[in-house]
Write a protein that binds this ligand. Structure first.
Ligand SMILES: *[C@@H]1O[C@H](CO)[C@@H](O)[C@H](O)[C@H]1NC(C)=O
Ligand SMILES: *[C@@H]1O[C@H](CO)[C@@H](O)[C@H](O)[C@H]1NC(C)=O
Ligand SMILES: *[C@@H]1O[C@H](CO)[C@@H](O)[C@H](O)[C@H]1NC(C)=O
Ligand SMILES: *[C@@H]1O[C@H](CO)[C@@H](O)[C@H](O)[C@H]1NC(C)=O
Ligand SMILES: *[C@@H]1O[C@H](CO)[C@@H](O)[C@H](O)[C@H]1NC(C)=O
Ligand SMILES: *[C@@H]1O[C@H](CO)[C@@H](O)[C@H](O)[C@H]1NC(C)=O
Length: 703
């Protein structure tokens, strides 16, 4: 199939190819309209024959350019000292993985090691942590030196039993490793190995989609890979842009083939197909038929599908499908913390239902990518929301234990009497080593490290931009070659002030993003003077600050107000800046050993019980923001109860709202809400710091 993509006769042939895919049940095409679609799309098909990629709005920087500071550096260090940094020592699905010569796997997908690797590479190199770098390098050395003769990476020897999916996260890890080790023997060896695999994968896809779609010769139907095709296409695009060698045609051909048999997210995100209702109220035949698109982790990974495919096939309508993906997910199945509600499968909007930790970290990664690819500021706002709320709340402050699912209203964390979830067990909401299923034990480490490495980007010919605000510094060059180092001093997202010290070898363009929540913003720099009410580009929200060669100090400051979002059944979610606030009862932690062979004593399972009343209703007219005091500082760990120096005070009263099956059910409806005591004041605190929380708070009038 390869050669005809490069000739003019490809117009006809690609028409055929496209017709073939139209009849492949992924599209429903009706006669005349279908023909119009077909012709328009086939023209786009011609464009893709040119083997070029549409540019990204912002270019990512190589891993290692960005380092974390302050509280975020402390978080990465806690990860290194915690579970993420010790799985290679004792956690069998990593330490004794079939990829490393052992036989410990939690499923025949053999994905445990690839997931871990994808997170450990950016953790090791962002922290510059020698111990973790050794884990990464020894592992990759083992895997590459055991690459099979035909190019296959991984333990599967039976050609007809191979499944591509596990290679997707492994390749994402490899691309990052090459960036971090650019110019060394390691990067050359890894690239050689990647090319060898890519050539094999291309021949497999050409051979009746072996390893991807079931056929007469192979039973393997790679449903995960077909739902997550964008993750592999992303690595192929990276290879094309960094080290294409003689494989350009193969890379583009494989992108097309992976796309051709992928589960088509662009189709799913159309009116009439997408399920906007609570899925529990939809006939099972319909939800089952669409399960690939309803699985929460797939949804998080699938956010970026449209934007990734658009780059090589030139179909601009795909940008809108990624926009709809995020918007519809958060509108119809969203938690107020900025992620989807999906306890394996999307549900609806009930605060009882949960979000899976894997879906949280995949969402953050996809949102970072979408901001880079399409430039819409809302993706960056959503990425910050998830990174500063949904992620930290699911780990214990020491990063040794995590939840599988987190509920929006979660006044207790323990083994439930009955599960309220679609397909998560009674253990899935408590904090431990591997509650419910091991995937989040191995996949959670990518969250913060990738957030850090994507927080700065190249912009235009001579620009560097701070895309995701937070304590991160960068040392890099602009596209045109100006050396730039930016170091930042900030307590963001708790304090909305960032002080940058910039050194540049020549004049360059510095940019800072202005978040959508900011009611005003200002900055002052020595060589450009004061600017009040910073004007940002309306699409990217980037504010341009031209800087001269040499050293400059910039002071950037934002203000915000309390924001109240109205949620289902007369409840509210309360925000200030990028932080969601919640009612947080006092916490009584009790623990027991994870009882895992070889695990250190820090590997504990927890029950967390409330020590103060949580069944409260709030009067939203009473909210008052308690900002950080002058000279505020942050303690380490910061994501723990009462550590952040900010809160919102509110007048509340106790209502009748009891646990059912040992979790909090939906709040009582407005008509049944009555104070059972006198009103009093509480402080709402950042959600990410409150393992026990009520974040969709029932309202009541107390005036
Ligand atoms: C590790 O893998 C080996 C196979 O290489 C297997 O024999 C052994 O039982 C595994 N170890 C554990 C603790 O599961
Ligand atoms: C490695 O560095 C060279 C020179 O700076 C650059 O052109 C190339 O793109 C880099 N490769 C990667 C994978 O970052
Ligand atoms: C690429 O192809 C050219 C011409 O066929 C060949 O001379 C060269 O060795 C190839 N390079 C690699 C890296 O395979
Ligand atoms: C979704 O898009 C609509 C229309 O642009 C907008 O009003 C709404 O705020 C968006 N919602 C989310 C959750 O992004
Ligand atoms: C709102 O309350 C009704 C009645 O109790 C309930 O059926 C519905 O699931 C609730 N909606 C949400 C999103 O929690
Ligand atoms: C914490 O919970 C345990 C178990 O329910 C209980 O025995 C203990 O008294 C509680 N401690 C406090 C301080 O509430």
């Amino acid at each position: 199939m390869l050669p005809f993509f490069t000739t003019l006769t490809s117009v006809k042939l690609s028409l055929l190819v496209f017709w073939y895919s139209l009849t492949d049940m992924r599209y429903s095409v009706s006669s005349v309209g279908g023909l119009a679609i077909l012709l328009a799309s086939s023209l786009v098909d011609v464009a893709k024959c040119s083997n070029t990629l549409l540019p990204l709005v912002f270019e990512p920087l190589p891993l290692g350019s960005v380092t974390a500071e302050g509280w975020l550096q402390d978080q990465l260090q806690l990860m290194s000292d915690g579970l993420a940094g010790h799985e290679h020592d004792f956690y069998l699905f990593v330490s004794n993985s079939s990829w490393l010569g052992g036989s410990s796997e939690y499923s025949n997908l053999n994905e445990g090691f690839p997931y871990w690797f994808n997170g450990l590479v950016p953790l090791a190199y962002s922290l510059n942590d020698e111990r973790l770098k050794t884990q990464v390098l020894e592992s990759v050395d083992y895997v590459i030196s055991h690459q099979q003769n035909d190019g296959w990476l991984g333990p599967e020897t039976d050609v007809n039993q191979r499944n591509l999916w596990g290679r997707f996260p492994f390749f994402l890890g490899l691309t990052q490793l090459v960036e971090a080790t650019n110019g060394t023997d390691v990067s050359t060896r890894v690239l050689d190995s990647m090319h060898k695999f890519v050539e094999l994968m291309n021949s497999m896809l050409e051979d009746n989609f072996l390893g991807y779609v079931a056929s007469d010769t192979s039973p393997i139907d790679d449903q995960w890979g077909r739902s997550r095709a964008a993750d592999m296409i992303l690595s192929l695009q990276w290879l094309y842009e960094h080290d294409p060698r003689n494989d350009t045609d193969i890379l583009f051909n494989s992108m097309n083939l992976l796309f051709e048999k992928s589960n088509n997210w662009a189709h799913w995100y159309t009116d009439g197909v997408y399920i906007k209702q609570d899925l529990d109220t939809v006939p099972v035949a319909i939800t089952n038929a669409n399960y690939a698109f309803e699985h929460g982790v797939n949804v998080g990974q699938g956010y970026k599908y449209g934007a990734v495919v658009r780059r090589f096939n030139g179909d601009d309508s795909l940008a809108d499908s990624s926009r709809r993906a995020v918007n519809w997910t958060l509108t119809y199945h969203g938690q107020p913390s900025g992620v989807m509600i999906a306890d394996e499968r999307l549900s609806g909007l009930s605060p009882v239902r949960g979000v899976e930790l894997c879906a949280v970290v995949e969402s953050i990664y996809s949102l970072n990518y979408l901001y880079q690819a399409l430039g819409d500021a809302s993706f960056a706002d959503s990425a910050e929301m998830a990174a500063y709320n949904a992620l930290p709340v699911m780990l214990t402050p020491d990063w040794w234990a995590h939840q599988y699912v987190a509920q929006t209203n979660q006044p207790i964390s323990h083994t439930f009497d009955e599960t309220p979830f679609y397909n998560v067990d009674k253990e899935g909401q408590h904090f431990g080593l591997a509650p419910n299923y091991p995937c989040c034990t191995v996949n959670h480490p990518q969250g913060y490290p990738k957030y850090v490495s994507n927080s700065y980007v190249r912009y235009g010919d001579n620009g560097i931009a701070h895309a995701l605000l937070g304590p991160t510094s960068v040392k890099t060059t602009t596209k045109s070659g100006v050396s730039v180092s930016v170091s930042v001093d900030t307590l963001y997202p708790f304090v909305y002030e960032l002080t940058y010290t910039v050194e540049a070898s020549d004049d360059f363009d510095f940019y800072v993003r202005v978040p959508a929540w900011a009611t005003s913003s200002s900055f002052f720099s020595i060589n450009t003077g004061p600017h009040n009410s910073v004007i940002a580009d309306s699409s990217t929200a980037m504010h341009h600050i031209p800087l001269r060669k040499g050293r400059t100090t910039i002071f950037y400051s934002l203000t915000g107000d309390i924001r109240v979002a109205h949620r289902a059944n007369n409840t509210v979610a309360v925000y200030h800046g990028p932080i969601l606030y919640s009612i947080a009862p006092g916490e009584n932690y009790t623990s027991y050993s994870a009882n895992y062979p070889g695990a250190p004593s820090e590997a504990l399972e927890y029950n967390i019980y409330p020590t103060t009343e949580w069944a409260l209703a709030i009067d939203p007219s009473s909210l008052k923001y308690n900002g950080p005091g002058f000279g505020a500082s942050l303690s380490n760990p910061v994501w723990t109860l009462n550590a952040p120096p900010v809160s919102i005070s509110a007048t509340v009263c106790e209502i009748k709202w009891n646990l059912v099956d040992s979790y909090a059910p939906n709040p009582p409806l407005l008509a049944n809400r009555k104070c059972v005591g006198d009103p009093f004041q509480v402080n709402l605190v950042p959600y990410g710091s409150a393992r026990l929380h009520i974040a969709e708070i029932p309202t009541i009038s107390l005036s």
